[in-house]
Design a protein around this ligand. Structure first.
Ligand SMILES: Cc1ncc(COP(=O)(O)O)c(C=O)c1O
Length: 411
């Protein structure tokens, strides 16, 4: 039998509305930017775009940090680059853990060979700042690592004051803001934290595959003490540091910073189309205005929770620390959660999220972020969920969800 290369056809995915915890539908301007022609990595136009990306992401991260750039890979790539570059084997790290992505930090740190300590909250809660202060005093960590919005629980950890606590204890700090960047206020300089990372596929409304990062001068100085330029690209103007070599080549932030500097060290080949996407994501966000964007995500979150409650459903976790862009909701007794998700997809072309770990099979996670944090998309999702729940035999007041969401949007 011969293989017919045309058998699979052109890529032509269905027009799904992605209302889960991310990825979400990309903004059309971002998709158009990705279709632009490619450039050589040291073409002056390309390095000019790299410098523009550095400038565009400073306000997005709420920072003046010079070292503000992209890591090629999904959000996890920037998490791993940060941790492997900050932390040497045997060093003590405190993780603020309240969900799956706090556990991911412990997992990555464990592979690095760090001594991992945690300060924990049950899923659905956040860790009080007093508990963090006590844990720092107890463990004397070299680095403190936290998640801002943990999509597994839909909770957002308050981070005001974290940097001050860390600096007083002589620790550097890291924050995973993958799920909040561009949708909730990420205030790197006001929090006083050293490294913050993100991803495009959530509130920034792009595809996954590029991870914005910002690095304080203090963290950069520490990382440059571990600089070890790979043998084939050594240069007289870039000296190695005396510290322990970073345990990854691809995620070596010292070499990546040298690549994004005027030195243009030939580390990886920057992912050109993803850089175009990241650049356009930031332009869309800053063009809208960050405060307007946060307000739009807050309106979508309010409308979603109001609609779900009006249907008679129970929203997961406390209201005080809820992320605005993704909402957890209990699957009602007697309803098959996966059958509802399948019906949403098959009848309405809408994707909502399932859950992980202790919440698997217990909650759905419904997102409204980036290009999808729009009134009509929230209303359509609630209307579709209402229809699917009624088909499952769940008794609810017809029409109440959409009305409550309309009021919630403007509240
Ligand atoms: C809080 C958080 N951190 C990290 C990640 C990992 O992102 P990626 O899948 O892009 O590597 C996610 C993805 O859902 C996330 O929600």
């Amino acid at each position: 039998m011969t293989f017919d290369p045309l058998l699979f056809g052109e890529i032509d995915p269905p027009q799904r509305l992605l209302m889960g915890p991310g990825p979400v539908n990309a903004h059309p301007r971002v998709l158009r930017a990705m279709a632009a022609d490619l450039l050589g990595q040291f073409d002056p136009e390309m390095t000019g775009y790299m410098n523009q990306v550095m400038a565009l992401y400073r306000p997005v991260f709420g920072t003046q940090n010079h070292w503000t750039m992209l890591i090629d890979g999904t959000a996890r790539a920037a998490i791993e680059a940060s941790l492997v570059s900050l932390v040497a084997p045997g060093e003590r790290v405190l993780v603020i853990n309240f969900g799956r992505f706090g556990l991911l930090l412990t997992e990555i740190l464990g592979r690095i060979g760090a001594v991992v300590e945690t300060v924990d909250a049950p899923w659905g809660e956040v860790v009080p700042m007093e508990a963090i202060a006590a844990a720092i005093a107890r463990t004397a960590p070299r680095v403190v690592a936290a998640v801002h919005g943990d999509t597994s629980t839909t909770m957002a950890q308050p981070l005001d004051g974290l940097g001050e606590l860390c600096r007083a204890a002589g620790a550097l700090s890291y924050v995973d803001a993958t799920a909040t960047l561009g949708g909730m206020a990420v205030e790197t300089d006001r929090w006083g934290v050293d490294i913050v990372t993100g991803g495009l596929q959530k509130c920034l409304g792009g595809p996954s595959g590029s991870a914005p990062i910002t690095i304080s001068d203090a963290a950069a100085e520490h990382i440059f003490t571990r600089r070890h330029v790979e043998r084939g690209i050594r240069r007289d103007d870039i000296a190695d540091g005396a510290g322990q070599r970073i345990g990854s080549n691809y995620f070596d932030l010292a070499m990546i910073m040298d690549y994004w500097s005027d030195k243009r060290l030939n580390h990886h080949t920057e992912a050109t189309s993803m850089l175009y996407a990241a650049r356009e994501c930031a332009r869309v966000a800053l063009g809208e205005g960050l405060d307007a964007r946060f307000a739009r995500h807050a309106a979508a979150g309010r409308a979603m929770t109001a609609g779900l409650r009006a249907m008679g459903l129970t929203v997961f976790g406390g209201d005080a620390h809820r992320m605005t862009n993704v909402t957890g909701v209990h699957i009602p007794g007697g309803v098959d959660g996966e059958r509802v998700r399948t019906a949403m997809r098959e009848h309405f072309e809408i994707e909502i999220g399932s859950a992980f770990g202790p919440l698997q099979g217990r909650i759905w996670r419904i997102g409204a972020m980036g290009y999808n944090a729009m009134k009509h998309k929230v209303l359509i999702t609630l209307g579709a969920l209402e229809a699917c729940l009624m088909r499952e035999g769940f008794a609810l007041p017809p029409g109440a969800a959409v009305n409550a969401a309309l009021e919630g949007w403007d509240a």
